[in-house]
Design a binder for this molecule. Structure first.
Ligand code: PMP
Length: 406
């Protein structure tokens, strides 16, 4: 991708539409180079990777393994064996729960999650606790979305086997103190599972510096394709874990009675893999490196500040979480007095402003904060001041259009 110009031009859909796309936390738009990389895979090296010794299959395998190496660098993992390709964050977290969780958590143990977890990082742990007889405990947050470590410390003890926490909340946008929580987990002998779905699009994520034992993210939120996700896992842990899915491509040898599993990471990649998706993800990570987190963060902060300042001028609008734009990572979840979030979403859609409305797959957090549902605008570096102004203009007319008068 040529980066000598306006980044928005790199995104074909944004160029082809006049809607204001403010739902990038749900899924980001993809730059042309990602679409090209997928097409290039199918037009130049499409063959089943890892199968067959002919040149096309070798090229397909190379494209796939190069993508793995790019992800390793992106996360600063020690080895490419620690990078498992999955479909998305949800599958990655299920892999950890079914494989690590069910083999290591026993009755009487405890699993600690935060109240901010996306259902993808909550339901798998509910399953583990149900099946093993372990207890699920919750780290709660303050009304501004911050986490008080003094309240976390007593929750993590000798019974704790797993601590699972999102690095950035998909509702509040706030970054959690993962490194400090990981230290508490490790001191207790527990593993630290990090949901990186909302952090990887916005900040450098270093699994070693964070002390993450596992970290999951989705390609489609980091400007890559849908259907490709990542699980990072510390090698010593992955080596001891049983496979999550079994079948083709993940074995060394099979007899009538049993099988010897393949080496890492292939043990966790049963069946034909999404090599074109991996190639697209590789292009997306290269693209992010070219733009740079510095540029992305500066732009997202400017736009978030503009949106939050504008919303603060509208008396019936309430933003969840911190009142500091720096704490939001482009995520602004809000309510409007007397207007149901689904009406907000529909009225905004009629004005060409695309946002999210509902429970954002984080129902326990919304219940804890006292809102059955909310609206969420989420900003990426490719958005414009004009789009933010359209959001504000539309939000400022909401009550009037719902019949409340001026
Ligand atoms: N965790 C968080 C924090 C998320 O925001 C999301 C996506 N909304 C997920 C997990 C699930 O991601 P996916 O749907 O790609 O599995």
């Amino acid at each position: 991708c040529n980066m000598e110009r306006d980044h928005r031009r790199d995104f074909p859909l944004l160029m082809n539409t006049d809607v204001a796309y403010l739902d990038s936390a749900a899924t980001a738009q993809r730059p042309r180079c990602v679409l090209d990389a997928e097409e290039k895979f199918y037009t130049t090296c499409n063959a089943n990777p890892l199968r067959g010794l002919y040149p096309l299959s070798i090229a397909a395998t190379e494209a796939y393994e190069n993508a793995r190496e790019a992800v390793r660098k992106f996360l600063n993992a020690a080895s490419a064996k620690e990078i498992v390709f999955t479909r998305n964050t949800s599958e990655s977290l299920n892999l950890v729960a079914y494989s690590y969780g069910l083999s290591n958590v026993k009755a009487g143990d405890e699993v600690v999650v935060s109240i901010m977890e996306h259902h993808s990082d909550l339901l798998p742990w509910q399953m583990v606790c149900r099946q093993t007889g372990a207890k699920l405990r919750f780290i709660e947050c303050e009304p501004d979305g911050s986490v008080d470590l003094n309240k976390v410390e007593p929750l993590i003890g000798s019974r704790t086997k797993v601590v699972a926490m999102t690095q950035v909340s998909n509702v509040l946008g706030r970054e959690n103190p993962i490194r400090q929580v990981a230290e508490l987990a490790h001191r207790a002998g527990a593993v630290m599972v990090v949901d990186g779905a909302q952090s990887t699009p916005h900040m450098p994520v270093d699994v070693q510096a964070l002390g993450a034992d596992f970290l999951a993210f989705s390609g489609h939120k980091v400007y890559g394709p849908m259907g490709i996700g990542v699980l990072y896992g510390r090698k010593e842990l992955l080596e001891k874990m049983p496979p999550f899915l079994t079948g083709g491509e993940m074995i060394e040898s099979v007899t009538r009675e049993g099988a010897v599993y393949a080496e890492l990471p292939h043990k966790f990649e049963a069946g034909t893999v999404n090599a074109a998706g991996a190639a697209g993800l590789h292009a997306a990570l290269d693209y992010m490196a070219q733009v740079g987190f510095g540029t992305m963060q500066r732009r997202e902060l400017e736009l978030t500040r503009r949106a939050m300042e504008g919303m603060k001028q509208i008396p019936y609008v309430h933003i969840l979480g911190s009142d500091q734009p720096e704490d939001h990572h482009g995520i602004i979840t809000f309510t409007v007095d007397g207007v149901h979030p689904h009406d907000i979403g529909q009225i905004l859609a009629a004005d060409g402003v695309n946002i999210r409305a509902g429970h954002h797959c984080a129902q326990p957090l919304l219940a804890y904060l006292g809102h059955p549902s909310t609206a969420r605008a989420s900003i990426a570096f490719y958005n414009t001041e004009g789009e933010i102004d359209r959001l504000l203009a539309s939000v400022s007319t909401l009550r009037e259009r719902m019949g409340y008068g001026k």
